[in-house]
Design a protein around this ligand. Structure first.
Ligand code: NAD
Length: 360
């Protein structure tokens, strides 16, 4: 591996996360792995905010006076873009044209046409353009994916993936439409991407609705129902006014159900052990009786732990480096980023029309 020097443009919360992760280490299973990225170092940054420039200095980075000065530095070969979303495209194109490889925060762009321009620039300049779809490494997601791929609940007919908070939309650029704010771009880009990564086959139909609980300027949440060509229904939902949260994942198969509570991945699976014992003691309420909804008796079901998964986010940067050195293809392929972007556009289209929209 060669030495690679990276500079961050937009040294805010996430920009500093990249510095910490690369220069200081990654927390894996409660342990700081400080020798994570041999040969890769964040050496500088540029931010339009003076306070972030000073903070960069405090952290031992060289704070460039302008983006132009940064892009002229021959010692740098990789630029990490962590500005608000609206600036991703112009900065990425400038950086690649200045001969730098680019790692870009998500959403890479605000639409498929913009994204295509960025991909075209990568092809034209021969520079790597990698998008940080880091939540493909989340353990909760990988657990749900494993349940699906290993058929642990029999044929899966429905997956529900939710991210719920109760803080509204943050009071920063995420509330501005011009900056590419809103929750479809912010969280939708992760959970819709996960859906496309998890389920093979095409998405035939998309029905979506956005919410404007706290602000009318951008969506502060959304609900999307994807119908895959194998009939599987996939619900993706983001809420920011959910004072009681629903589980992160609810996975339903013919022979069982799984719940994954939160990002930590804790939860359980309940599977059928005996279909033949069908007797049920009805639930009686003041107004009626139901056998259908009576709970199953203990001897016909078994509660189990979720399967274990291993994940290592260091793969992301190690792959970017390998792609730069011509040893590997990017894990986050341009095709996959484009497909997610087109799905986001379809979500917005359906939310606007109020009707289901064809996708693929
Ligand atoms: P932030 O507001 O904390 O940081 C953005 C920084 O960019 C600020 O310091 C701001 O001063 C600076 N900036 C604005 N315009 C600039 C410009 N033209 N040139 C240089 N600097 C500029 O925001 P954040 O939460 O760090 O988000 C930044 C990006 O990271 C967004 O694209 C966001 O979607 C993404 N993000 C990704 C993840 C993830 O898990 N992948 C998590 C959070 C944020």
């Amino acid at each position: 591996m060669k030495d690679h020097n990276m500079a961050v443009i937009g040294f805010g919360g996430m920009g500093n996360w990249h510095r910490e992760t690369i220069n200081e280490g990654v927390w894996l299973s409660g342990k700081l792995e400080s020798e994570s990225f041999k040969g890769l170092k964040v050496t500088g940054s540029f931010d339009i905010n003076e306070k972030r420039q000073a903070f960069a200095n405090e952290k031992g980075l060289y704070a460039y006076n302008s983006m132009e000065e940064l892009l002229l530095d021959q010692a740098l070969d990789i630029i990490l873009i962590a500005t608000p979303n609206e600036f991703h495209k112009p900065i990425a194109i400038k950086a690649m044209e200045a001969g730098k490889h680019v790692v870009c925060e998500k959403p890479a762009a605000l639409g498929s046409a913009e994204l295509q321009e960025m991909i075209d620039t990568s092809v034209k300049t021969g520079k790597i353009f990698a998008v940080h779809q880091n939540r493909r490494w989340d353990e909760d997601y990988l657990t749900a994916k494993k349940i699906y791929e290993e058929n642990l609940l029999g044929e899966i007919f429905r997956i529900e993936s939710r991210v719920h908070g109760s803080r509204g939309i943050p009071g920063d650029w995420r509330g501005n439409p011009e900056s590419g704010g809103g929750m479809v771009y912010d969280w939708g880009v992760h959970i819709l991407d996960q859906a496309l990564q998890m389920i093979p086959g095409k998405v035939k139909k998309v029905y979506a609705a956005t919410t404007n609980v706290i602000t009318s300027l951008v969506d502060d949440g959304f609900y999307a129902e994807l119908t895959f060509d194998n009939g599987l229904q996939y619900i993706a939902e983001v809420g920011t006014s959910n004072f009681i949260t629903l589980p992160r994942w609810y996975v339903l198969g013919r022979n069982g159900t799984a719940v994954i509570e939160d990002f930590s991945g804790k939860g359980k699976m309940t599977r059928i052990t005996d279909w033949s014992k069908n007797d049920a003691i009805p639930i009686r309420t003041a107004s009626g009786l139901t056998k259908t909804m009576a709970p199953r008796t203990e001897e016909t079901i078994k509660e189990e732990s979720l399967p274990s998964v291993e994940s290592d986010i260091r793969e992301f940067y190690n792959n970017v480096i390998a792609a730069i050195e011509g040893r590997e293809e990017l894990i986050i392929s341009h095709e996959s980023v484009m497909r997610t972007m087109k799905l986001i556009e379809t979500v917005f289209r359906s939310a606007k029309s109020g009707l289901p929209e064809q996708f693929e």
